[in-house]
Ligand binder design. Structure first.
Ligand code: CAA
Length: 284
């Protein structure tokens, strides 16, 4: 089956970036969130960024209109019913996912694959919610998803070879490079990256260096494109904390225990760039 129309569930940071990447690759996108205004905000952000890119000559004239015309934002779940593929990016909470997958499973055509962009929950557990566990898989994008080329493809224990092949092919068709990874906490990238970001937060907590200096050190001393604390703000401090908790809880290894600043920032609601403040402050 050719995949032409794709639903993205959740218009947060990742949903927005993935919608952008798919529409740029000529896919028709249905972007769903519980409120229409969340979708409108996401589409507005994509539109503004593409308008700037057009002005600077980074993309050809007309790209913005073409991309935006391919994204249908909706607060009505029924609009997802006729899609060929689903990428789920809803809130990282198993109870929320259970509700969404139960409704989704009943509504979609039986052959449709559901991919989850989860970075911290068990794909096997998510697959087991549905009556189509062999067609549920992890498809993990990286922030900013319209820019980063990697997609980690993570089969659940129930996932069929056909589903894996479908997702590998789709990833390539949208200009990404897929890497197949067995299910395990953090997969590959977060298992390596998150301990680095967590260690940066411990260094800050221990008062060894200022936040700006920690970031400068890693940019200039290790060639990171952005410092670990800025990266944490980009990813979302709440997401970083959730991934650290998964690594810690699933392995029981104390080396993954989250640094106190992660918890403090989340408790304060300072989640990074999306809230205007995290380790650093950002203009809204
Ligand atoms: N949203 C959308 N697009 C963005 C963006 C954002 N937040 N930030 C930058 N961009 C775009 C720019 O518009 C620009 O696009 P064009 O090339 O089409 O013009 C492109 O990215 C490059 O941007 P800049 O030239 O301004 O800046 P840069 O060269 O410093 O690159 C960056 C920015 C790509 C974000 C780079 O700093 C980088 O690679 N940072 C590391 C990102 C990273 O590690 N991501 C993975 C996080 S882990 C994760 O996401 C998984 C998880 O589960 C937690």
């Amino acid at each position: 089956m050719e995949i032409k129309k794709i639903a993205i569930l959740g218009a947060g940071t990742m949903g927005q970036g993935i919608a952008w990447a798919l529409a740029l690759a000529s896919k028709e996108v249905v972007l769903y969130d519980i409120k229409q205004e969340f979708c409108d905000r996401a589409i507005g952000t994509i539109s503004k960024s593409l308008a700037k890119a057009e002005e600077k000559g980074k993309v050809t004239a007309g790209t913005k209109d073409a991309v935006i015309s391919r994204i249908q934002g909706t607060g009505n779940f029924e609009d997802v019913a006729d899609v060929d593929f689903v990428i789920e990016c809803v809130f990282e909470n198993m109870d929320v996912k259970k509700e969404v997958y139960t409704k989704l499973d009943k509504m979609l055509r039986p052959e449709v694959v559901i991919a989850t962009n989860t970075s911290s929950l068990s794909i096997t557990e998510i697959a087991a919610i549905t009556e189509r566990p062999s067609q549920v898989i992890g498809m993990h994008f990286f922030n900013p998803a319209n820019v980063m080329k990697l997609v980690e493809v993570i089969p659940a224990v129930q996932t069929s070879e056909e589903t894996i092949e479908t997702v590998m092919e789709l990833s390539k068709a949208i200009g990404k490079t897929p890497v197949k990874v067995k299910e395990g906490p953090g997969f590959v990238v977060n298992r390596i990256l998150l301990p680095g970001m967590n260690e940066a937060a411990f260094i800050l907590y221990e008062g060894l260096a200022a936040a700006e200096d920690i970031d400068t050190a890693m940019k200039l001393g290790a060639g990171w494109p952005m410092g670990p604390l800025t990266l944490c703000d980009l990813v979302g401090v709440d997401i970083a904390l959730a991934v650290c908790n998964t690594l810690y809880n699933e392995t029981g290894d104390p080396k993954y225990r989250p640094a106190p600043p992660f918890k403090q920032l989340v408790r304060a609601g300072w989640l990074g760039m999306k809230t205007g403040k995290g380790f650093f402050e950002y203009k809204k």
